[in-house]
Design a protein around this ligand. Structure first.
Ligand SMILES: Nc1ncnc2c1ncn2[C@@H]1O[C@H](COP(=O)(O)OP(=O)(O)O)[C@@H](O)[C@H]1O
Ligand SMILES: [Mg+2]
Length: 297
């Protein structure tokens, strides 16, 4: 369902609420019997059951108001498949954090429903929020302890998680001895230590310099591919969304809602300076500007 013009970036734009399944639609008689021709006339092809995998996160007609204030989110619907990497993109104040908090179960919608896996989600914010008196390893061990991992296993597990985010050498350092990028790596290791199927990230790299951010994009992508986590990544940075997402969901403001989304077929090997990332960024920025102008009118 593509209602927008052909994409210069090769990403497929889809309009609001276009939540196509990750797997091909079941039901079309394209099986062997159909292909074998007349001698199989009258033999009904065995069709796969018309099921699609349950989405990891289903947001269904969600609206949100705080008290008697304005409507912050208006009728947002979105399905996120297990293992998908979705970027929620929008101008500041459009309701991205509000939506993420609702997915995390930290707040309740005014209307609509949100379904998430029973095992819940881990959340990572712009500030690492590490315990300042604990070393990097101990910060990760704390999350393991809260998850019920036996004491004897925690040290090794914490070290391997820190290794996964390229921070094994800094395991014994306290947060004040670490750079901003290193602290966010610890926060990522800690989020992974919670071992939840969904990872919710609210502008986690917004305070980092561009070079560190590029590195962390690579780390996060590697972690995503290795762990199969479902990631919902909030950002106001168009380039970051185009660099990271398998899907980029653009939100409009006042009230916050889903305006358009793009699916990126080939995500391997992308870098922030890749031509396809630049082309997609231009396309998304054009759409974002239209939204901002529409709001200003
Ligand atoms: N707890 C709250 N109480 C009242 N208003 C809120 C609260 N949280 C967010 N808002 C309002 O909701 C709107 C969206 O905020 P937010 O979700 O933080 O936007 P974003 O993350 O996209 O920058 C803003 O106008 C903000 O002031
Ligand atoms: Mg926010």
């Amino acid at each position: 369902m593509s209602t927008a013009p052909a994409s210069a970036s090769g990403a497929a734009p889809t309009r609001k609420a276009a939540s196509a399944p990750a797997s091909p639609e079941a039901g079309a008689p394209t099986g062997t019997a159909a292909a074998l021709g007349p001698s199989f006339d009258g033999v009904a092809p065995v069709l796969p059951p018309a099921t699609r995998p349950a989405p990891a996160v289903r947001i269904d007609g969600v609206s949100k108001r705080f008290g008697s204030g304005p409507v912050v989110l208006d009728d947002v619907s979105l399905e996120i498949q297990a293992g998908e990497f979705v970027c929620l993109l929008g101008a500041s104040g459009c309701g991205k954090s509000t939506l993420l908090n609702l997915i995390a179960g930290l707040d309740q919608p005014t209307a609509g429903r949100i379904q998430t896996p029973d095992a819940g989600s881990a959340v990572m914010f712009q500030e690492s929020a590490l315990m300042p008196w604990l070393t990097a390893r101990r910060n990760v061990e704390l999350a393991l302890r809260l998850r019920g991992v036996p004491r004897a296993d925690r040290r090794d597990k914490a070290l391997s998680l820190l290794d996964a985010v390229n921070l094994a050498d800094a395991a014994d350092k306290r947060p004040h001895e670490l750079s901003g990028g290193m602290r966010q790596r610890v926060a990522l290791a800690r989020a992974l230590a919670q071992d939840r199927p969904v990872l919710l990230m609210d502008e986690p790299f917004a305070a980092l310099d561009a070079i560190t951010r590029d590195l962390l994009h690579e780390e996060l992508e590697r972690v995503w591919r290795a762990t199969g986590r479902t990631i919902v990544f909030v950002t106001h940075n168009v380039r970051e969304a185009a660099r990271l997402g398998q899907r980029v969901v653009l939100m409009g403001s006042r009230p916050g809602r889903v305006v358009q989304e793009w699916r990126i077929a080939k995500t391997a090997g992308r870098r922030i300076e890749s031509p396809e990332v630049a082309a997609l960024s231009v396309e998304i920025t054009d759409q974002l500007r239209k939204e901002i102008r529409r709001n200003a009118a």
